[in-house]
Design a protein around this ligand. Structure first.
Ligand code: FAD
Length: 388
């Protein structure tokens, strides 16, 4: 067990899960900071809440699969309500949209290192569940045990478990600066105080790279904006209908609050300051795809819509583990579009690194931040100068 003091910056799923698993490892001096008065108001509270472990990167699929096991059978006392509603998930594609798309989709969905627990299905199965769906689907893969998260219950479970084990959660507390002496983290400065710490963990979502950048340790993380729209009530809709993801055209939908939650999978790189500013033009794109795929649902009025950030490293794997440039600096960032699906295993992996333990996770080294730097000549592989 490590006796180091740890400050985690960011109380979204990344920071909360890390705090939880650190506390499970018996680490005592942990402070979890968030600048907001409520945790989870940024990406963790603005996503589609879809459990989809099929991911075309084995490194991430493994994390999703491990996390799914945690969410399906959380430890006693973690939650009083189920964390996942297994309404089912269909990944589908047409042959005509982009030549090769459905074949590519088929290739990774049938690769056991990227996808487990699904099976090929007949498109008619999908049409039976959603009679309004355009009858243009050629390839369907069905995951009966995947579906929709209760994100609030997951985040609350991590935070409650961490607090009960002694983690101090400080809201309305913005980390302003990393304090560095002799090439080591010695603390984190907020507006009010200096918190001494041997380890600082960057889990700030779209803002995760800011403090490290200011201290001279940049990392190439890019927030990408994505919009979600929830329609007005659709009386004939089954609220327990499955999630449907149409590859090629990149459109997904699922029941939510009596209507349909949908996204056109937009991918606009933005600054973190603009990441949650919804754009009317993109909402129109969602409406166009909805008309194309769900022509039976006339006049799908929007009840509400929003935008949020998915933050990516260039590869685009997550960034989890110690930074080789600065002793005591750790990252839990770049969780892209899979942060809830993979959150439990990411938190566990990050805690292992912080405690200096060897993780049993087979791809742990592939996610280390050092992959972006040519450590021999002190330059990053993306051309970014390393501060020191
Ligand atoms: C539209 C959309 C749909 C998505 N759909 C899914 C999905 O269906 N399934 C899935 O698994 N994932 C999905 N995701 C991805 C998922 O939401 C993210 O990967 C995940 O929430 C990232 O969590 P995080 O903790 O890294 O970031 P955040 O939740 O943004 O948390 C970061 C926290 O850090 C705090 N912070 C930042 N800087 C500081 C500072 N200096 N001091 C103090 N606090 C600070 C912020 O206030 C914030 O609370 C989706 C994302 C979006 C945007």
């Amino acid at each position: 067990m490590s006796s180091d003091s740890v400050v985690i910056i960011g109380a979204g799923i990344a920071g909360a899960a890390t705090a939880y698993f650190l506390s499970r490892q018996g680490v005592k001096n942990v402070v979890l900071l968030d600048r907001e008065k409520q945790p989870g108001v940024h990406s963790t509270g603005r996503n589609a809440a879809i459990l989809r472990t099929a991911i075309p990167h084995p490194e991430l699929h493994h994390l999703g699969w491990k996390s799914k096991q945690f969410y399906e059978s959380p430890p006693p006392g973690f939650t009083e309500t189920p964390l996942v509603d297994p309404v089912g998930l269909f990944l589908a594609a047409t042959d005509d949209q982009i030549v090769g798309t459905s074949r590519d989709l088929q290739a990774w969905l049938e690769d056991p290192t990227c996808s487990k627990g699904g099976e090929n299905a007949d498109p008619s199965q999908l049409y039976d569940l959603y009679p309004e769906l355009a009858k243009r689907v050629d390839y369907v893969h069905h995951f009966a045990n995947e579906g929709v998260f209760d994100v609030d219950a997951i985040l609350s479970g991590f935070l409650r478990g961490a607090r009960q084990a002694g983690v101090e959660v400080r809201l309305c507390n913005e980390a302003r600066r990393l304090l560095v002496e002799n090439g080591k983290i010695v603390g984190v400065a907020t507006d009010e105080e200096v918190i001494p710490a041997q380890k600082a963990v960057l889990a700030g979502g779209g803002w995760a790279a800011d403090l490290a950048d200011a201290a001279g340790y940049p990392l190439p993380l890019q927030p990408i904006r994505r919009h979600i729209l929830v329609t007005a009530r659709i009386p004939e809709l089954d609220p327990k209908g499955p999630v449907v993801w149409l590859g090629g055209d990149e459109f997904y939908f699922r029941p939510e609050s009596g209507g349909l939650l949908m996204s056109a999978c937009d991918t606009q790189p933005v600054s973190a300051a603009e990441g949650e500013l919804a754009q009317h033009q993109t909402i129109e794109e969602i409406a166009i795809k909805a008309e194309r795929w769900l022509p039976g649902f006339d006049q799908l009025g929007a009840a509400h819509y929003w935008a949020g950030m998915r933050t990516f490293a260039p590869d685009p794997l997550f960034v989890v583990g110690p930074d080789p440039r600065l002793s005591g600096l750790h990252w839990v960032a770049g969780l892209g579009g899979h942060g809830i699906t993979c959150g439990a295993a990411v938190g566990s992996l990050a805690a292992d690194w912080i405690c200096g333990k060897k993780s049993s996770y087979p791809y742990a080294r592939d996610l280390l931040p050092g992959r972006f730097f040519d450590q021999s000549d002190n330059r990053s592989s993306t051309g970014i100068e390393i501060g020191k």
